[in-house]
Design a protein around this ligand. Structure first.
Ligand code: GRF
Length: 237
């Protein structure tokens, strides 16, 4: 009997991942730098990055992937307003699944790193672990969830006037910025901050936190527990 779904994955020596990203790609870079490092390569369960997928043809993250010989894929998302959003979303998610299937490797984890499109239940189901009822899809969000979900986490927290903010790595579920929290990191707002300096401080935390999470996953440091109100939370071994 395994403690959690991660142990099942760790029966293999290679853990296969893809990254979904829509833009700049600094989190994708942070993950890649770790995955390419000796630290990872010498681990008994090393991460393998099988590709970076983007809905944005001109995303700098695709350029970064090309420069670093990471397989990169532009997966179109129709902008045709005559087609209902739900259909366009469904079509895009279907294309994502087909591309991931075509990689001919079983993908263990999907890392969203600034991925600005909604993942559908069909997509998530493709990565569903039945025993733990978790989707093997992880996201990083620029606020201390559940505060400030949505596309402008830094801006919303800054404009609210928080004294401390943070970043969250979480499992993705059917609702936006809602799934089980894996870990969080906190940073302070300084008196002379503007939105740029505030966001930059947060972004540094993101890179450290996301890499820390994938290290802990590969070292089987997480246990999935249940709160009394039926949410899950992650504790450490
Ligand atoms: C990050 O702040 C991430 O938390 C948010 O979008 C931003 C993406 O930045 N979801 P990058 O593309 O990883 O540089």
């Amino acid at each position: 009997m395994k403690d959690n779904f991660i142990e099942k994955i760790l029966q293999k020596t290679k853990i296969n991942a893809v990254i979904l990203a829509s833009g700049r790609g600094s989190n994708a870079r942070a993950l890649f730098e770790y995955i390419a490092s000796d630290d990872n390569l010498k681990s008994s369960h090393s991460w393998n990055l099988n590709g970076i997928l983007s809905d944005n043809e001109n995303a700098p993250v695709l350029q970064f992937a090309k420069e670093n010989n990471i397989p990169s894929f532009y997966i179109p998302y129709s902008k045709d307003k005559n087609i209902p959003l739900s259909d366009r979303r469904k079509d895009h998610n279907h294309r994502l699944i087909e591309k991931i299937k075509s990689l001919n490797t079983e993908i263990d984890f999907v890392f969203c790193a600034g991925y600005m499109k909604v993942l559908t239940k069909d997509f998530l189901d493709f990565f569903h672990d039945k025993e733990d009822d978790v989707y093997r899809v992880i996201n990083i969000h620029p606020s201390l969830l559940p505060s400030f979900p949505g596309v402008n986490g830094y801006r919303d927290a800054f404009n609210y006037g928080v004294k401390k903010s943070g970043v969250t790595v979480h499992f993705v579920d059917e609702k936006i910025d809602h799934g089980t929290i894996i870990d969080q990191a906190v940073f302070e707002r300084m008196d002379d901050d503007d939105l740029n300096s505030f966001s930059a401080r947060g972004l540094e935390k993101e890179h450290i936190l996301y890499v820390d999470v994938i290290k802990k996953l590969q070292n089987n440091k997480y246990l999935i527990k249940n709160t009394e109100n039926n949410r899950k939370y992650i504790s450490y071994r």
